[in-house]
Design a protein around this ligand. Structure first.
Ligand code: PGA
Length: 256
C-alpha cells in the first residue's frame, strides 16, 4: 500500500522568509509518520531555500507548476528539468492554472510528459466546474481531462501518477459548496474505472487518487475514509501550520 499523501498547496502565499519560518514551526510540532508522506508546495522562489532546510525523511517538496520545454527562450518560465534534485512532485493542471493562465488539455498533456522525461512525479489535478456539474457533465469532463493527460504514457509511468480530484466548485469555499464525501466517492470510482479501461485494472490499483477542495482538520477524516482516497491536496487550510499539523495528525490516526 502506498503512503497517504498530505500535500500543502500554498499557492501564491509566503515569501521565502515566511516559508522558512513555517517550515521550522511545522517541523517542531510534527513527527515522522511511516504511513504518511507530507509534501509542501511553495512558490518557485522559496523552493531552493526549503530544499536546503527540509528534513527529507519528514517532508517532500512539490512545485506548483513548470513549463513543458526543457530550456529555451521562454521568458518567465521554469522547466521541469530545473526542478530535478529539488522536488519529488510537480502539481500539473491545477484549475487556477487552467482558468487564469489558459492552460488547455494539450498543454497539460505535454507537462505530464515533461515531468516523466525529467523523472518527476506529476500530481495531476482534474475536476469539473459548477456549471458542468449542474449539467451532469462531470463524467465527460473527467474522461476528457484524463484521457488527454495520460495520452502517450507507458503503463509504468501511469502507475506512479498522483491524480488529485478537485471539483472546481468545491475549492476554497469553506462556507459554501462543501463536497459531500458520497459524491466524491462516485467520481473517485469513475477515475479508477477510466484508468482501468485505458491501462488495465492492475495499473489502476497502483494509481494514487487524492481529494482536494476546502479540506481542513474537521473534514479530512471523512474524505480519507472513502474507498481508494489516498490523500489530500490542501490549499487554504495549509496556510496555518498548526491547522496543517492537525490535518497530518488526523491522517496519521486513520492510517497508523
Ligand atoms: P482549498 O484549495 O483547500 O483552499 O480549497 C485546494 C486546491 O486548490 O488545491
Amino acid at each position: 500500500m502506498k503512503k497517504t499523501l498530505i500535500i500543502a498547496n500554498w499557492k501564491m502565499h509566503f515569501n521565502t522568509h515566511q516559508a522558512s519560518i513555517y517550515l521550522s514551526r511545522l517541523n517542531r510540532i510534527t513527527s515522522i509518520h511511516r504511513n504518511l508522506e507530507v509534501v509542501l508546495a511553495p512558490t518557485f522562489l522559496s523552493l531552493g531555500q526549503l530544499a536546503q532546510e527540509v528534513d527529507p525523511r519528514k517532508f517532500k517538496l512539490a512545485a506548483q507548476n513548470a513549463y513543458f520545454k526543457d530550456e529555451g527562450a521562454y521568458t518567465g518560465e521554469v522547466s521541469f528539468s530545473m526542478l530535478q534534485g529539488i522536488v519529488k512532485y510537480v502539481i500539473i493542471g491545477h484549475s487556477e492554472r487552467r482558468i487564469y493562465f489558459n492552460e488547455d488539455l494539450p498543454m497539460i498533456r505535454d507537462k505530464v510528459a515533461a515531468a516523466y522525461r525529467n523523472k518527476l512525479i506529476p500530481i495531476l489535478c482534474i475536476g469539473e466546474t459548477k456549471a458542468e456539474r449542474l449539467a451532469n457533465e462531470t463524467k465527460r469532463v473527467i474522461h476528457d481531462q484524463l484521457t488527454t493527460a495520460l495520452a502517450n504514457l507507458t503503463s509504468e509511468e501511469v502507475r506512479t501518477i498522483v491524480i488529485a480530484y478537485e471539483p472546481i466548485w468545491a475549492i476554497s469555499t469553506f462556507e459554501g459548496d462543501i463536497a459531500k464525501p458520497q459524491e466524491i466517492q462516485k467520481v473517485i470510482d469513475y477515475i479508477s474505472y477510466q484508468i482501468s479501461e485505458l491501462y488495465g485494472s492492475r495499473v489502476a490499483q497502483d494509481v494514487q487518487i487524492i481529494y482536494g477542495g476546502s479540506v481542513n482538520s474537521s473534514s479530512i477524516t471523512s474524505y480519507l475514509a472513502l474507498d481508494n482516497c489516498q490523500g489530500s491536496l490542501v490549499g487554504g487550510a495549509s496556510l496555518n501550520y498548526e491547522e496543517f499539523a492537525n490535518i497530518i495528525n488526523k491522517a496519521y490516526l486513520l492510517r497508523k
